[in-house]
Design a protein around this ligand. Structure first.
Ligand SMILES: [Zn+2]
Length: 403
């Protein structure tokens, strides 16, 4: 970590980002942040502003690493959730002269605000952010929200942020949301030689799941900002001597140990009805930690969209609740599938992709073709990449710190 930092900056969002699960800040967290500001601000228009802006929340702050002593301006990106403001204004303080300077955003997108600090201002602090809708301002006091000095959520290297390439910022922002600058995705090829899963029409789950997952890994690793792990890479059971339940439990434990942001389990379906065909994905229910459920739903939908675009029948994304009244710690009904339930208990979404039916002649013959397995793995990877906003372009996030 060698920042050539020439500006002193107090940056926002540390508090929110620390506690947030990465794709979206939950509504309650956002509301909390706004409430805090409300208490601090206590402005006359408080009531109105709260109504108008209560869903706005700052998620992160990123700055480019331009040297303030040269000709370049310094770019600051403030990531947010909620309605797109009509106008945004950043208030900074020149730490040498004590002068307050107001900077209007030079670009507003659906998830970020771009500001440029002129190169003449070489030492400054970030004071507050005002957003405007219908002439009503809501002010976020970044300093009082408890943010660490000199700790942005990310610095960028190589690529200076330019207004012209601002669309790339969506990707910068997404990258910066993960705790180490990389999303950790654990791919779980379901079953193994010991716990074999379904087999029909010459297609065996244990083999096909592994093949698809390997293709997925290979493709996913061609994106920046993601770290991919597999629960197994051979046909052998990764935890010899375990029951199927314990095998799956240990796989999720492994995912936890590598810091998983998501657990994606690869399976194929089977049915007594040989006419049943196509893809479906199970995701976590809304109980216990609803945010994990909604992340799982978003991820699942992206993947399913890509799978069904290969011509597979669309059975949708589904939840399945416990059928023996297994409960989450808060007393709510648990998810039926162990990998989904245990992933949620460990703080990340787990999903199960049922790619196609081995018991269906048409699906089985589709999967009998190696090219199609690769297409399925790539479809899964594309869905994951789309959900996390990953890119194959290098953005050079130099460092990310949410502490
Ligand atoms: Zn299976």
């Amino acid at each position: 970590m060698q920042f050539k930092k020439t500006a002193t900056i107090v940056l926002a969002a540390t508090m929110i980002v620390t506690s947030f699960s990465f794709n979206t800040v939950s509504a309650s967290e956002t509301a909390e942040a706004v409430d805090q500001v409300k208490q601090i601000e206590n402005t006359e228009s408080e009531r109105t502003a709260e109504t108008a802006q209560s869903d706005f929340g700052i998620t992160h702050v990123i700055l480019d690493d331009s040297n303030m002593l040269d000709e370049n301006n310094q770019a600051i990106v403030v990531g947010y959730t909620g309605d797109t403001p009509e106008k945004a204004e950043l208030n900074v303080k020149n730490t040498k002269t004590g002068e307050n300077i107001s900077i209007n955003s030079c670009k507003i997108s659906s998830s970020g605000l771009l500001f440029e600090v002129s190169s003449g201002l070489d030492d400054y602090e970030l004071i507050d952010l005002s957003i405007y809708n219908n002439e009503i301002a809501t002010k976020f006091d970044m300093k009082k929200m408890g943010f660490d000095k000199d700790k942005p959520d990310a610095y960028l290297d190589e690529n200076e942020i330019q207004v012209e390439n601002y669309s790339d910022l969506e990707n910068y922002s997404n990258l910066a949301r993960s705790s180490n600058g990389k999303y950790v995705v654990v791919l779980d090829p379901g079953h193994d030689d010991t716990h074999t899963g379904a087999a029909a029409n010459g297609i065996s789950e244990k083999d096909i799941n592994l093949k698809i997952a390997k293709y997925c890994k290979q493709e996913l690793e061609s994106y920046y900002g993601v770290q991919v792990y597999m629960t197994r890479t051979t046909s052998t059971c990764p935890y010899p001597g375990t029951t199927s339940t314990d095998d799956n439990a240990k796989r999720v434990e492994y995912a936890k140990s590598v810091g998983a942001d998501a657990y994606v389990s690869f399976h194929c379906d089977s049915s007594r009805n040989s006419g049943a065909s196509g893809a479906k994905i199970f995701y976590p229910n809304a109980n216990y930690n609803g945010n994990i459920g909604s992340q799982g739903a978003g991820l699942s939908q992206k993947i399913l969209d890509n799978l069904t675009s290969l011509g597979l029948n669309n059975h949708g994304i589904l939840i399945r609740n416990s059928e023996d009244n297994t409960l989450y710690p808060d007393g709510s009904l648990a998810d039926y599938y162990g990998v989904i339930r245990r992933s949620k208990l460990n703080g990340f979404p787990g999903i199960i992709i049922e790619h196609a039916f081995v018991t269906n002649k048409s699906d089985a013959s589709f999967m009998g073709n190696e090219d199609n397995l690769q297409k399925m793995g790539h479809a899964d990877a594309l869905g994951i990449a789309q959900y996390y906003g990953l890119s194959k372009t290098y953005f050079g996030i130099k460092s990310v710190d949410f502490s």
